[in-house]
Design a protein around this ligand. Structure first.
Ligand code: FES
Ligand code: FES
Length: 154
């Protein structure tokens, strides 16, 4: 089986897999990083998102081998020293999830936005979350959680 090298959450990994295997499967099944979820599997819902070189990126279709040489950060990698990131903490405090299936993707998308723009306006926030669907209707609470960080309350 071919080997590919990935840098995930600051650590280097070599995994054996078919190079066409979508990154999501490698993260979940070989690296035990199960925050990102398989929803549609068609790049339509956002559940599988991670940060790739700081950008919100979907992982359910693109081959893991395409991500060699990048810095991948999953939702697990956003906590530091056992402490949730301010945005993760704000999601928790606002109860910004119901089933939680979409949550990792939304946290990743909002993290990518806030790292580029710490004071996004409501339109910019909505644009950044556009690809991320929530079947449970948690979007209003998600927006409140992001506002909490933008306003300096988290
Ligand atoms: S599972 Fe990747 S976008 Fe839906
Ligand atoms: S909280 Fe269930 S899909 Fe978003």
């Amino acid at each position: 089986m071919p080997k590919i090298s990935l840098k995930v959450n600051g650590k280097n990994f070599t995994v054996e897999c078919d190079p066409a295997t979508p990154l999501l499967y490698v993260l979940r099944n070989q690296l035990d990083l199960v925050g990102a979820k398989l929803g549609c599997g068609l790049e339509q819902c956002g559940a599988c998102a991670v940060l790739v070189d700081g950008e919100d990126a979907l992982t359910c279709v693109r081959a893991a081998s395409e991500f060699e040489g990048t810095e991948i950060t999953t939702v697990e990698g956003l906590a530091e020293g056992g402490r949730l990131s301010p945005l993760q903490q704000a999601f928790l405090e606002e109860g910004a999830a119901q089933c939680g299936y979409c949550t990792a993707g939304l946290v990743v998308a909002a993290t990518a936005l806030l790292e580029k723009n710490s004071k996004p306006d409501p339109g910019e926030i909505r644009d950044a979350l556009q690809e991320h669907l929530c079947r449970c209707g948690s979007h209003l609470r998600v927006l409140k959680a992001i506002d909490r960080v933008v306003d300096g309350g988290a």
